[in-house]
Design a protein around this ligand. Structure first.
Ligand SMILES: NC(=O)c1ccc[n+]([C@@H]2O[C@H](COP(=O)([O-])OP(=O)(O)OC[C@H]3O[C@@H](n4cnc5c(N)ncnc54)[C@H](OP(=O)(O)O)[C@@H]3O)[C@@H](O)[C@H]2O)c1
Length: 230
């Protein structure tokens, strides 16, 4: 049977690294991208163990690098594209950090859009045709009952909105979208006090991604499949 291919951003640590391991174990061809492959020790070790992992440099803020990689991989078919790379920046009420806010939009919102658009030809060649973005429940306006976290919340709300538009704009191409909250996870971002392990989160997310198809496209759910209000 033909090997399926998944494309993932931010693969050197955290959830991205776990995604790579989980798909490689299932014998997928994994296009694993990260900012600095030469420093990605754990990812390189994984690639030695699983030759189906191919590592490429990608700073998701860098539009030229996105386009260059898309051109370089123009022979590839991508079944699943996962926008995973993200940053958490914050500013308290009255302490605007405009640079951090703009950087967060560039990485958490605009980059996922640019990556999907640049890799549309590869998705068209794939069999499964799935676009997944790792968002956060903190991007839910409905769920915001505590305030704060202006930068992160708005960048993820905007990502959610972008994914909602992609749901409609890509439906005619047969491409399904999923906006996925990983839970509060023990990674560098989530911290040690988080509720679940990266393994538990990724195992759950893999199940939600496997269930994705055109008839349930556009959902905003957590790793356990629970729907989140926008
Ligand atoms: N952990 C949680 O509790 C939690 C909860 C909700 C949502 N999320 C979301 O889940 C995703 C993964 O988070 P995580 O917990 O695995 O965080 P993490 O441990 O901090 O890892 C973040 C990853 O994103 C990469 N990244 C950041 N900026 C990048 C850029 N400009 N270009 C390329 N890669 C970049 C990082 O690479 P470098 O090492 O080069 O910085 C790293 O690989 C994020 O989108 C995050 O918002 C996480």
């Amino acid at each position: 049977m033909e090997q399926s291919t998944v494309f993932i951003t931010g693969c050197n640590r955290g959830l991205g690294l776990k995604f790579v391991e989980a798909y490689a174990k299932q014998d997928w061809h994994v296009i694993a991208t990260c900012r600095n492959p030469q420093d990605a020790k754990e990812l390189n070790l994984l690639a030695q163990e699983y030759p189906s992992i191919a590592i490429y440099p990608l700073e998701v803020e860098n539009s030229e690098q996105i386009k260059h990689l898309a051109d370089h991989l123009n022979f590839e078919a991508i079944d699943i594209l996962i926008n995973n790379a993200g940053i958490y920046r914050s500013c308290t009420l009255g302490n605007l950090d405009k640079k951090a806010w703009l950087e967060s939009f560039a990485i958490n919102t605009i980059a996922p859009y640019e990556i999907v658009i640049s890799f549309l030809p590869h998705l068209h060649r794939g069999n499964q045709k799935k676009v997944v973005s790792i968002t956060s429940k903190m991007g839910s306006i409905d769920d915001n009952t505590s305030g704060g976290s202006y930068i992160y919340r708005t960048s993820k709300s905007a990502l959610n909105s972008m994914m909602r538009s992609l749901q409609y704009d890509l439906a005619n191409d047969g491409i399904a979208t999923l906006t996925l909250h990983p839970g509060w996870v023990k990674t560098d971002m989530g911290g040690l006090g988080a509720w679940i392990s990266a393994d538990e989160s990724v195992n759950g997310m893999l199940k939600q991604i496997a269930k994705l198809n055109l008839s349930n496209s556009g959902n905003y759910v957590d790793y356990a499949g629970k729907k989140i209000n926008w």
